[in-house]
Design a protein around this ligand. Structure first.
Ligand code: NAD
Length: 460
C-alpha cells in the first residue's frame, strides 16, 4: 500500500470542493450513475475482494462472500433504487397559518465530506457511508484503515478506475495522514472506529464546528432466559463470536447466564465448539485471523490476566496472528477482559441470579451498540428492552439485525451517535433546507397588518 503524500491532501480536498461547486452532484441522474459504477466496482471484482479480505484478515471465502460482499452489493442496489424518492423535495404538513407560503423541505448535499473507516469490514464499512454521501449529492474523501492494507490499496485503485475523480478520492495512510485530513475543514465527518480515536476526531471537528457521525463499539451483552432453547442460543452465540474472529462491532462481547442453567449452557458451548471445529480451530478453514500483531498481543494479555476459568481455548500463535475461540467462565467484573471491548474470539460467561441482576450489570456500564436476549417470552424481552439503553436490541438472533432492511445502524452514548444506513444515511449527509415563497398580493388583503405604525386597526 502506497501512502498518499501529505502535501497532496489539501489539494485533494480542493479538487473535491471544485467538483462539488461544478454542480454536477446536484443532478440525481449523475448520482445514480456514480452509484451504478460503485455497484460494478464491487461486483466485477468479486474474487479480488474475497482475496483481499483473506490477505488482510485470513477470512474464509464463505464468510467474505456472505458477511461482506453480498451485504455491500445489496446495500448499493437499495440505495440506487431509492435515491430519487429520498431526494425529492417534500411539502411541509398543512398548517392554516403558513400554507400560503408553500413551505417545502429541499434535500441538499452538505458539500465535501470525510469518511474514516476501520479495518474489520473494509469494504462494507467504506461503501455504506460513501454511497449515502454520493446519493445525497456530496463529494467525498474516503480514508480506509492502514491495518487492512490490501483492501485499502484495492479501494484506492478501483475507485480511481470506476468513479468520477472530482467526486470521490481515496487517501491511503495511517495516523499522520488522518491527522492531516482532520486539520482541514469538511462539511461532514463520518468516523467508524474506536472511542479513543473518536475523541480525537470530535476535537478536530469541533475546531471547524463540523457535524460528525460516530459509529463506535462497546461491550455487547447477551442475556439468557433460563427457559430458552439453550442449544440454539449457544450455537448462535458461538457462531457470532467466531465470525471474523470476533472482530465485529456487533459481536456478542459477554454472556450473562442464570446460575441454574450455567452448567448446561457451558456443556452446550463445549459440544458446539467441537462441532464447529472437529479437528481443532487452528487447523480449521472456517476461522479468520486477528488483523495485526498488536491486536493479537492485546488479546493474549486479556487471556493471561483473567481471573476466570478457561473452559476451552486460550491458545495464541503470534506469528500467524491466531487466537483460538476461548471460553472464560466467571471472570472478575473489574479485570481488563470485562472493562474493554474484546474484539476477538474470547467469550466471557458470567452467572447472574435473574434478569434484574443482568439489567443492573448492564446499566452500571456504558451503553452498548446492541443488547442481545435469548428468550421466547415477550415479558422477558420487554423487561430488558424497557429497562436498558443501547444502539439496537435483538432477540434470539445475532449480527443479522445489521442486514435487516429499513433499520438504522448506530449507537447511543459511548457507542456513538448518528445513523449511516439506507435512508438514515442519506439524511445524515443531507441538509434539510426549509424554503418558503409568499405572494405579494397577500399584503393587500391580510399581511398589511404587520407593518408599522402599529395601531388599533392592525389588531382587528
Ligand atoms: P482502526 O485501527 O483501523 O482505526 C480506524 C481509523 O482511525 C483508521 O482509518 C485509522 O487510520 C484512524 N486512526 C487511528 N488512529 C488515529 C489517530 N490517532 N488519529 C487519527 N486517526 C486515527 O480501527 P479501530 O478503531 O480499532 O476499529 C475497531 C473499532 O471500530 C471497534 O471499537 C469497533 O467496535 C468499531 N466499529 C464500529 C462499527 C459501527 O458501525 N458502529 C463498525 C465497525 C467497527
Amino acid at each position: 500500500m502506497q501512502y498518499t503524500p501529505l502535501e497532496d491532501i489539501p489539494r485533494i480536498r480542493e479538487a473535491l470542493r471544485d467538483g462539488f461547486r461544478s454542480g454536477k452532484t446536484k443532478i440525481v441522474a449523475f448520482r445514480k450513475e456514480q452509484l451504478r459504477q460503485l455497484g460494478y466496482m464491487v461486483q466485477e471484482n468479486k474474487q479480488a475482494w474475497l482475496d483481499a479480505f483473506k490477505a488482510d484478515l485470513g477470512r474464509p471465502y464463505f464468510e467474505g462472500e456472505i458477511h461482506e460482499f453480498i451485504a455491500t452489493v445489496t446495500a448499493i442496489k437499495d440505495t440506487y433504487k431509492s435515491v430519487e424518492k429520498w431526494a425529492k423535495t417534500e411539502n411541509a404538513p398543512f398548517d392554516i397559518s403558513s400554507f400560503s407560503m408553500h413551505p417545502k423541505i429541499r434535500k441538499e448535499p452538505k458539500g465535501t465530506v470525510l469518511i474514516i473507516v476501520p479495518f474489520n469490514y473494509p469494504l462494507f464499512l467504506s461503501i455504506t457511508p460513501l454511497m449515502a454521501a454520493i446519493a445525497a449529492g456530496n463529494t467525498a474523501v474516503l480514508k480506509p484503515s492502514e491495518h487492512a492494507p490490501t483492501c485499502a490499496a484495492l479501494l484506492h485503485d478501483l475507485i480511481g478506475k470506476y468513479l468520477d475523480h472530482d467526486v470521490v478520492r481515496v487517501v491511503q495512510g495511517g495516523v499522520e495522514e488522518t491527522t492531516k485530513l482532520l486539520e482541514l475543514q469538511w462539511d461532514h465527518i463520518s468516523y467508524t472506529g474506536n472511542p479513543r480515536v473518536a475523541r480525537i476526531v470530535s476535537a478536530a471537528a469541533a475546531k471547524h464546528l463540523t457535524p460528525i457521525t460516530l459509529e463506535l463499539g462497546g461491550k455487547n451483552p447477551v442475556i439468557i432466559d433460563p427457559r430458552c432453547d439453550l442449544e440454539t442460543a449457544a450455537r448462535r452465540i458461538l457462531w457470532a463470536k467466531c465470525a471474523n474472529a470476533g472482530q465485529i462491532c456487533v459481536a456478542p462481547d459477554y454472556v450473562l447466564v442464570p446460575r441454574e442453567v450455567q452448567g448446561k449452557f457451558i456443556q452446550m458451548l463445549k459440544k458446539i465448539h467441537e462441532e464447529f471445529f472437529p479437528d481443532g480451530p487452528a487447523k480449521s478453514d472456517s476461522l479468520s485471523r486477528i488483523v495485526s500483531a498488536a491486536h493479537t498481543q492485546r488479546l493474549a494479555s486479556l487471556i493471561q490476566q483473567t481471573k476466570g476459568e478457561i473452559v476451552f481455548g486460550g491458545d495464541i500463535d503470534m506469528e500467524s496472528r491466531y487466537v483460538s475461540p476461548t471460553l472464560v467462565l466467571n471472570p472478575s467484573p473489574g479485570e481488563p477482559l470485562m472493562k474493554e471491548e474484546i474484539f476477538g474470539p474470547i467469550l466471557p460467561v458470567l452467572p447472574v441470579n435473574d434478569v434484574d441482576e443482568a439489567i443492573e450489570f448492564i446499566n452500571a456500564r456504558d451503553h452498548p451498540l446492541v443488547i442481545y436476549v435469548f428468550s421466547d417470552s415477550s415479558d422477558f424481552q420487554a423487561t430488558v428492552v424497557d429497562n436498558t439503553q443501547s444502539g439496537a436490541f435483538a432477540c434470539n438472533e445475532l449480527l443479522f439485525h445489521v442486514a435487516a432492511y429499513g433499520l438504522p445502524l448506530g449507537g447511543t452514548g459511548l457507542s456513538g451517535h448518528g445513523l449511516i444506513r439506507g435512508k438514515f444515511g442519506f439524511d445524515t449527509f443531507s441538509h434539510f433546507r426549509g424554503c418558503v415563497n409568499q405572494a405579494g398580493w397577500l399584503d393587500k388583503v391580510l399581511l398589511w397588518r404587520r407593518y408599522a405604525p402599529y395601531t388599533e386597526s392592525n389588531r382587528r
